[in-house]
Design a protein around this ligand. Structure first.
Ligand SMILES: Cc1cc2nc3c(=O)[nH]c(=O)nc-3n(C[C@H](O)[C@H](O)[C@H](O)COP(=O)(O)OP(=O)(O)OC[C@H]3O[C@@H](n4cnc5c(N)ncnc54)[C@H](O)[C@@H]3O)c2cc1C
Length: 483
């Protein structure tokens, strides 16, 4: 995703991937509302949607009732149930369509950097290769070689509990599309994955735990099902079985000079609530346009520094909420009482919404521009709403973000017309339909990742200077006609 964002901005990019072929197994199964929004912004989402299944909800610690996404302030108010293999396939096609070079079967062994550039030592099928680049993004997962080589610490805790996953056939599957059973024996979740294949998950933190590297057997999963559900559903033919745990670690820094971290390379946690892949995609979207702006000479280093400042707290919050959820996977008698009480609380719409906004990342904000006067929109996420244009037509806001450029929205009668620039789209708007928070806005700059960089109201006495300086700061040298 980062590579594609860079390629869209004309930056030559190379992805180095150890695996010769994509993995046929899917860890993640969910695309959440903020990720869907980001894909909508690039006009990509239909490609994912046609392969997935929309579900109106998500979950927090597997509590019942589920988190109701349908009431959230977004048009993408659902989970797209989509195996990770499919998500990766579409992202791969997207990158290739933008001429990103993808080197499969190449393993990064070492990373070096100096003031001028960064270098990768790569083991390929024909021996060692040395790649020199302006920047390196370590999106190489939990065991990240890039992170270790860059000397970035990864503090946190090791796994204390493990859970089991099996992609299997079931002769007598449950009737429900989301089957759960929870009692003093532990918990089981079963969801249909593809025709004839079901994902079975089992967890029992209060029982003796197996070590993470111990292989899972069909017998073990069968025993879990019999103990917790009273039936083994006729389990057979495992396609993939795996064990995963609650190790929680967060990179101390998301950047070391010319090296950045994104995704699991930066944060690992128990996969509760289905968030890891989503947060990784959101890291990528935050980083791509910033790197492109600096490489293209339109921004200075402060923009790159903002990557850590904005995304590290999101990673910390991700670890906090997954650790809380892990504590709540307590199926002792007392634990089940606690879960019962929390389930009662989830029936209150405000509580449900509060947690739903966290799990979906809709509550994430970005740094407000400190050099601009305070404004309620600064740093806020933009949902996709309808913009009434000055020519009387209307358009969805996200349609202006398809090419990954900034969007400069002006409501000024004496229109601030910027010259045509590839990295800024000017939108002459009349009003933002049904969005009262935009009522007094004279002009606003929207970042390529769909957050408001800054907004200036009509009442601002020094508006022209603020707008012009705001544009220069974020978008590089922009010839401004009204100055
Ligand atoms: C059981 C389970 C269920 C999950 N369910 C969900 C879910 O429903 N929703 C969700 O959002 N998240 C979920 N997750 C988390 C999600 O799968 C991860 O967060 C996601 O895969 C992270 O993506 P990534 O690209 O950062 O890392 P990875 O998926 O680990 O990819 C890293 C890539 O880097 C490559 N690589 C590694 N080292 C090197 C090297 N030295 N040189 C070259 N290439 C290298 C690897 O081959 C790999 O392809 C789940 C995780 C588990 C374990």
């Amino acid at each position: 995703m980062t590579a594609s964002e860079l390629a869209m901005a004309g930056v030559r990019t190379c992805v180095v991937e150890r695996l010769e072929k994509p993995s046929p197994y899917s860890k993640a199964l969910t695309l959440h509302p903020r990720s869907i929004e980001l894909l909508e912004m690039r006009g990509l989402f239909d490609r994912f949607k046609e392969k997935g299944r929309p579900l109106p909800s998500g979950h927090f610690a597997g509590l019942n009732p589920a988190l109701d996404f349908s009431l959230l302030d977004t048009r993408s108010n659902y989970t797209l149930f989509l195996p990770q293999t499919e998500t990766e396939k579409v992202l791969d096609e997207h990158a290739r369509s933008l001429d990103v070079c993808i080197l499969r079967g190449h393993e990064v062994l070492a990373v070096r950097q100096n003031d001028e550039n960064a270098e990768l030592v790569v083991q390929g099928p024909d021996g060692l290769t040395f790649l020199t680049a302006a920047y390196i993004v370590g999106a190489d997962g939990a065991g990240s070689t890039v992170r270790k080589q860059a000397g970035i610490a990864f503090p946190g805790t090791d796994a204390s509990i493990t859970a089991v996953l099996g992609d299997v056939s079931l002769d007598n599957p449950p009737n429900s599309n989301f089957y759960t059973s929870m009692n003093e024996e532990g918990a089981v979740v079963i969801v249909p994955l593809s025709p004839g294949i079901y994902r079975v998950l089992s967890i029992a933190p209060h029982m003796p735990q197996r070590l993470l590297h111990e292989p899972v057997t069909l017998e073990e999963l069968k025993k879990d099902l019999l103990r917790i559900c009273g039936t083994d559903f006729g389990i057979n033919h495992p396609v993939w079985m795996s064990r995963f745990g609650n190790a929680s670690r967060l990179a101390e820094r998301y950047r070391s000079q010319r090296v950045f971290l994104a995704g699991d390379a930066a944060h690992i946690h128990f996969p509760a609530g289905g968030q890891g892949l989503n947060v990784g995609l959101q890291d990528a979207m935050n980083l791509g346009w910033k790197l492109a702006a600096v490489i293209n000479g339109r921004a200075s280093d402060w923009l790159l520094e903002s990557y850590h400042k904005e995304r590290h707290p999101v990673g910390a919050e991700l670890l906090r909420n997954t650790q809380i959820q892990t504590k709540m996977f307590d199926f002792t008698r007392d634990g089940l009482h606690m879960r019962g009480l929390l389930s009662d609380l989830l029936t209150f719409p405000e509580v449900n919404r509060y947690l739903a906004e966290q799990i979906t990342a809709l509550s994430v904000t970005c740094l407000p521009d400190e050099k601009m006067p305070e404004h309620q929109l600064n740093g806020k996420r933009l949902p996709d709403f309808e913009v009434m244009l000055r020519d009387g037509t209307s358009k969805q806001l996200y349609s202006f973000l398809h090419s990954g450029s900034f969007v400069f929205v002006t409501f000024d009668e004496e229109s601030i017309q910027l010259p045509s620039l590839p990295h800024i789209k000017t939108v002459e708007a009349k009003s933002m339909l049904e969005r009262p928070e935009w009522k007094d806005v004279k002009a606003a700059l929207i970042r390529p990742d769909g957050y408001v960089a800054w907004a200036v109201d009509h009442s601002e006495t020094d508006a022209k200077r603020l707008i012009s300086e705001g544009l220069q700061r974020w978008c590089g040298h922009v010839p401004i006609p009204f100055l």
